[in-house]
Design a protein around this ligand. Sequence first.
Ligand code: G6P
Length: 365
Amino acid sequence: EAAEKGGFPHYMLKEIYEQPWVLENTLGGRLLEEVGDVDLGLELDPLEVDRVHMVACGTAAYAGLYGKYLLEGLARIPVECDVASEYRYRDPVVDGKTLAVAISQSGETIDTLEGLREAKRKGARTLGVINAKGSSLTREVEAVLYIHAGPEIGVASTKAYMAMLAAMAMLAIRFGRARGTLGQEEARALIRELKKLPRLVEEVLEKRPLIAHIAEKYHQAQDFLFLGRHVQVPTAYEGALKLKEISYIHAEAYPAGEMKHGPIALIDERLPVVVLATQGPLYEKTLSNIQEVRARGGKVIAVATEGDEEIRKLAQDVVYVPQVHPLLSPMVSVVPLQLLAYEVAVLLGRDVDQPRNLAKSVTVE
Ligand code: G6P
């Protein structure tokens, strides 16, 4: 088993460190930089659908939410996101121009399978964004976009999430190009940025000692709050999920702009608040949220873009991530959150790879 972990103490850590390689694999051979498009080898014609329903559970559902921002932003196609256990029972409005996108690492999650079947019964077209080859889901969808993350053993998903994000970005570029809403130059720029990601994620992994230090400071906290805006909302959700899954610390995530409608009441000097504050159109708005947290004594751990000196004055702790296209910032920003959850869990003596009450894949309802 020690050999399988490749010298790492846990599968989860090994899988976190595999992410640069995973990105190479997911993106590999699919990016057509010259023409400004991606080749996903899908039979499915983007012009035959006029809306998308993301159906998934857990971490995969957050990848779907990221996909919503990208598909709506770049391809101007309306996207709805549901956790599959709601989707399958809520009698969604579906027709032959609806594309149901089932996202799953294992391809065996029962709610996701049933959600997909429900969409199919209602006449939807179907696409699976899947890791496990030959899994049940692959046999039930019209088209499969494999994420090629390799086997994931740690119960808390890390590298599969990274690969799902990359798959969502490629899907949005393909749809945007096909629908004529994404220009060639803009697509090329995004593709160039996608190509840089493996190297950039590698750089973020070098921040582990700093993150271990932050974990040391805050691992006794009872609760954590995670905040982000736009594409960093799913990152915030995923960061909170990782922390609660493996450290058993209560963590909540909110879109930063919604903080004033509730979670602000929780803020005091005992509450660490992780803020995704990377550069992008809403950066200034996020800074105001940080000020609101500080004014109430909350401790701010910011994930910010390299070179941002301003944020040092506001946050107690800053983890810098490399500059990248704002739409792709989740791929570099989620890594510190995975490492934070990991380091906190280890400090608390938790069973990182086999957290209590959780299963790698939930095949019964
Ligand atoms: C379980 C796992 C999660 C995973 C979710 C969905 O809850 O513990 O890590 O995100 O199932 O799994 P799937 O295989 O469908 O992506």
